[in-house]
Ligand binder design. Structure first.
Ligand SMILES: Nc1nc2c(c(=O)[nH]1)N[C@H]1C(S)=C(S)[C@@H](COP(=O)(O)OP(=O)(O)OC[C@H]3O[C@@H](n4cnc5c(N)ncnc54)[C@H](O)[C@@H]3O)O[C@H]1N2
Ligand code: MOO
Length: 393
């Protein structure tokens, strides 16, 4: 059985397919990854800009100034200030070239056209230099950036309306098992409601992957082969849940091999998610996640998520992790590496109750996964543990 690091490295080294490049409008760019560096078409700010509501002065070291006009935000005029003159100015307005400082209005006394500074002035005080944030022709945002709201705001501020990105993957979620019944219908004895499909589709949606479908297969070998073959030929990534273990009706692994999927690995020394399968066929990546919902979601975050980001050409593909002190002692059960649903608080990280791979409830309270390497035994309160940050915080 391979270890978790090897499994992830194999996923990334074999799952090298990348989305085609395309152009999207900035308004539609959320969740895409930049294909090219974006070069700034302008200085930002585009002109010397007032950072305060107050008075722009051409200072001469005196305490008194003569008020000669006003510059509103958005105004284009450039009053010429002689030494000892001042104009009323507002936050965001262009500072006249002849002004040497802006004094905030709380720090002056105004009497008719006379202005008295109540603080000493300093050159360029309260003036944002032209190009302070970014200069024209500099790289505004680099290739591989996952575009979020802040990026859209920054690029819109540079007047950019379109960006080059890579396509996102199309993804089929395949759920297997004769025991599955759709929520909303009565539940016969021995059956369970199908929940992995909805869970994975919602999680993908949350991460910006909208091009998804859910396919259902019964525990029938011929049917499993036929549906998997058809599905694999139509999407970039197939995420199967269930049927990957050793039971007599666990047909997924066998069916995948029979239809020509190259098995990269099957089984990882980890809990949850031991029976994880990963394979490739004609550019499509195929995951067989365990049917147990907690194990399926865990494997999704640790292995499927990095492959999806890699497909998009993202610079950072794994979920970020930090070293955090454990809030109470934890005794490890078994010798597999563990991913434990956890909650980070200010002072450290707490491992939650309900870690069984069949259970998904704790994921609803978790904002992190604590990773304990294989052969860990007891971890003491206060010890630093690798804590993987889930996207929802
Ligand atoms: N003899 C052994 N048995 C098992 C082993 C083993 O090594 N030897 N491994 C266990 C581990 S660990 C796991 S994890 C599971 C994985 O089994 P499968 O991936 O084959 O999944 P299923 O048996 O089909 O289902 C497991 C569990 O999950 C429920 N399930 C399945 N699909 C859904 C769905 N779409 N929505 C909700 N719940 C679902 C299913 O009813 C089962 O309860 O194997 C162990 N067995
Ligand atoms: O690997 Mo299974 O998910 O431990 O129960």
């Amino acid at each position: 059985m391979i270890d978790t690091a090897t499994a992830l490295q194999l996923v990334l080294s074999h799952g090298t397919s990348k989305g085609k490049t395309m152009e999207v409008t900035l308004n539609d760019a959320l969740g895409f990854v930049l294909y090219d560096d974006v070069i700034s078409p302008m200085d930002m700010p585009p002109f010397r800009q007032s950072a305060m509501d107050g008075y722009a002065v051409n200072a001469n070291g005196a305490d008194w100034y003569r008020l000669v006009g006003e510059v509103q935000a958005g105004a284009a005029h450039q009053p010429k200030l002689a030494t000892g003159e001042a104009v009323r100015i507002f936050t965001g307005a262009a500072v006249p070239d002849s002004a040497t400082a802006v004094i905030m209005q709380e720090k002056v006394a105004v009497n008719g056209q006379q202005l008295r500074l109540e603080i000493p002035w300093a050159p360029e005080m309260n003036i944002r230099p032209q190009g302070e944030q970014i200069k024209k022709d500099a790289v505004a945002m680099s290739n591989g950036t996952l575009i979020q709201g802040a990026h859209i705001g920054f690029l819109a501020g540079l007047g950019i309306t379109k960006v080059k990105v890579r396509q996102k993957p199309s993804i089929a979620i395949v759920v297997t098992g004769n025991e599955l019944v759709s929520p909303g219908t009565p539940l016969p004895y021995g059956k369970i409601y199908e929940s992995n499909g909805a869970m994975l589709q919602a999680t993908l949606n949350e991460l910006g992957y909208k091009n998804t479908s859910i396919v259902r297969i019964a525990d029938d070998y011929e049917d499993t082969k036929r549906v998997l073959q058809e599905t694999i030929s139509t999407v970039d990534v197939v995420v199967i849940t269930g049927g990957v273990s050793v039971g007599d009706y666990d047909f997924v692994g066998k069916a995948l091999l029979a239809i020509g999927v190259e098995q990269i690995f099957h089984k990882v020394k980890q809990k949850p998610g031991k029976p994880l399968f990963f394979g490739r066929k004609e550019g499509t990546s195929i995951f067989g996640l365990p049917g147990n919902p907690g194990a399926a979601l865990n494997c999704f975050y640790i292995y499927v998520y990095p492959l999806l980001r890699n497909f998009q050409g993202a610079e950072a593909v794994e979920l970020p992790s930090v070293q955090v002190p454990l809030l109470s002692d934890y005794t490890v059960n078994g010798d597999r590496a563990q991913f434990l649903k956890a909650k980070m608080h200010g002072a450290g990280v707490e491992i939650l109750d309900g870690q069984s791979s069949a259970m998904v409830r704790a994921f609803g309270y978790a904002n992190a996964l604590v990773f304990l390497p294989e052969d860990s035994t007891k971890i003491n309160k206060g010890e630093l543990v690798k804590t993987i940050l889930l996207p929802h915080q």
